[in-house]
Design a protein around this ligand. Structure first.
Ligand code: NAD
Length: 459
């Protein structure tokens, strides 16, 4: 089955059908129509899988795909047109330019936590660049994966797009095909499997992975605002966000106060019993629920939360204080509503702490001190850096989004996304007359060599 799908997509791409800008526009318009006409069904499907609140699905998934489609649709003509380039003197007179051509048939493998955004946003970029796409959504969010399969088949060109539902077996079968690009979002373990499979065909990959994104806070900021923003970034989608602040590093003078104010923000957002709030999501499945409750042990003093209900896959927004760097909760990416707060001496200690670990997808700094900000910018490495705002860099088609080191390879959104799915081809055109190239033809007489030296000096 995967062979048939791959052959169909490859045939379509080779026919040239996906290349004209008019076709790309029609598919992006169809994608936007698909989202606009099925908002409610999408919201319900995501709620069924993740208990995600309607406003989160609208704001953080549907609207962001709509924005990206609008953004790239306006600019893809300019991005794919010829860009003149200067040519080396030895070739003059001559002309040079670059142009972006689609890579071909792309495979997009997406995770369950933002199942609409992380499936459709890479697809939007691939369409803008003129590719055919096979999407493999996650088996852990089966309701929305199934709905996406149905909608893509109904709204988009069925010869150029396919959605393959199913488990890792289906993904394994897909990975045997010689795709022209593989765009994977998910954990690092599977990222390695993807890269290994891609190597067999020399297929380029983009890996959008995760990691433990730190958040540093010192006394120079307004703690109420910092607490609210950290709580929002952490507890949105019950902490199942790749760029959620994983843990907080706070200086001793404000650490306890910050912890209390984050707990206060949790009550402001979700009420006294977050379980009753329609604005707080659930854990995706029992396996992740068990993993997360296991991380609560020896995690420090409980400031708020800690309540769990396996039948409902509910874990309360939980803040832990004075967490030890060796605690279980610090050994892996949390990816759930548990926020450990570690006390660090100062910014230098925080920077050392971050640099001793794998490079994160994002780092957040709550400090108004210019020198401290400069030090984080210069002395730490992360996919992105946010000053006083977690998740902010995710919400813009103008900013590249991606990781570094253990948190990923490559970036997308807007022009970066267009580039991911394009090959930039170099073109050189040297008119046959006059044949100035004669100077480099053998035999290399003394006169020719002297001429070359003179022109090289003049140019
Ligand atoms: P997941 O389990 O849904 O897996 C992702 C994809 O990999 C799925 O489509 C799944 O079918 C496929 N897969 C699973 N096992 C496989 C195997 N053995 N062989 C081939 N394919 C396989 O998602 P996940 O990994 O639990 O996602 C969570 C991780 O993703 C977290 O680490 C998170 O930080 C990261 N993430 C990163 C981003 C980003 O943009 N950088 C976004 C969201 C999530």
């Amino acid at each position: 089955m995967t062979s048939d799908i791959f052959s169909r997509l490859q045939r379509t791409f080779r026919s040239g059908r996906t290349k004209p800008l008019s076709w790309r526009r029609s598919q992006l318009d169809a994608m936007r129509r698909m989202l606009a006409e099925n908002k409610q069904a999408i919201i319900e499907a995501v709620r069924a899988d993740l208990g995600k609140p309607a406003s989160e699905t609208l704001l953080m998934e549907i609207d962001l795909v709509m924005d990206e489609a609008r953004f790239v649709r306006r600019r893809m003509g300019m991005w794919s047109s010829r860009h003149p380039k200067p040519i080396h003197w030895l070739l003059q007179p001559a002309f040079g330019w670059t142009l972006a051509e689609p890579k071909g048939v792309a495979l997009v493998i997406s995770p369950w936590n933002y199942p609409v955004l992380l499936s459709l946003e890479p697809m939007v970029d691939a369409i803008a660049a003129g590719n055919a796409v096979c999407l493999k959504p996650s088996e852990l969010s089966p309701t929305i994966s199934h709905l996406l399969a149905e909608l893509v088949a109904r709204y988009l060109d069925p010869d150029a797009f396919a959605v393959v539902e199913g488990s890792p077996e289906e993904t394994t079968a897909l990975l045997e095909k010689p795709f022209d690009h593989i765009f994977y979002t998910g954990g690092g373990r599977v990222g390695r499997i993807v890269m290994e499979a891609a190597a067999k065909h020399l297929t380029p990959v983009t890996l959008e992975l995760g990691g433990k994104s730190p958040c540093f806070v010192d006394h120079t900021v307004n703690l109420n605002t910092a607490a609210r923003r950290i709580a929002w970034g952490k507890f949105t989608n019950a902490g199942q966000t790749c760029v959620a602040p994983d843990y907080v590093l706070a200086t001793p003078d404000i650490a306890q106060m910050l912890a209390d104010r984050i707990a206060l923000a949790v009550t402001e957002f979700y009420g006294d019993d977050p379980r009753q709030s329609s604005d707080f999501a659930r854990i995706v499945n029992e396996r992740h629920f068990d993993r997360l409750t296991g991380l609560l042990a020896d995690g420090g003093r409980l400031v708020c939360g800690g309540q769990t209900d396996r039948a409902d896959r509910y874990i309360a927004p939980t803040v832990l204080f004075g967490t030890s760097p060796d605690a279980p909760v610090m050994r892996e990416e949390i990816f759930g509503p548990i926020l450990p707060i570690l006390v660090v001496r100062d910014a230098d200690a925080a920077i050392d702490f971050i640099n001793e670990r794998s490079r994160p997808l994002a780092a957040y700094v709550f400090s108004r001190d210019a020198e401290t900000r400069k030090r984080f910018e210069r002395d730490t490495s992360s996919g992105a850096l946010g000053y006083a705002i977690p998740l902010g860099h995710l919400i813009s088609s103008r900013l590249p989004f991606g990781g570094v080191g253990g948190s990923g390879i490559g970036a997308y959104h807007g022009k970066e996304g267009f580039k991911v799915f394009s090959h930039v081809k170099t073109v050189v055109d040297k008119p046959q007359f006059p044949d100035t190239l004669q100077v480099v033809y053998p035999p290399f007489t003394t006169l020719r060599q002297a001429l070359i030296r003179i022109v090289a000096k003049l140019s």
